[in-house]
Ligand binder design. Structure first.
Ligand SMILES: [Zn+2]
Length: 80
């Protein structure tokens, strides 16, 4: 789980958050990491299934126009 908070006067540069993720997620998916539990060594692997964020963060991370923009819908391509 990755949690990020941003507070300030402007919007954050989303690449600060996202630039390291693809490499880390690929490593997590392909190689995993070792966990020792009850004396047993396990390799845990995973993948990103969803992104849960508020609407401004969601639009910024996906490089979408805001919800009040001309092509603001993230689901369809209907303008206006
Ligand atoms: Zn729509």
């Amino acid at each position: 789980m990755m949690i990020g908070f941003w507070f300030g006067k402007g919007k954050p540069e989303m690449n600060h958050f996202l630039s390291l993720l693809p490499k880390n997620f690929n490593t997590f998916y392909e190689d995993g990491f070792e966990v020792i539990t009850n004396g047993e060594k396990l390799v845990v692997k995973g993948l990103l299934q969803c992104d849960c964020s508020d609407l401004p963060a969601s639009t910024s991370s996906k490089s979408f126009v805001g919800h009040n923009g001309y092509n603001g819908c993230q689901i369809c391509e209907e303008p206006g």
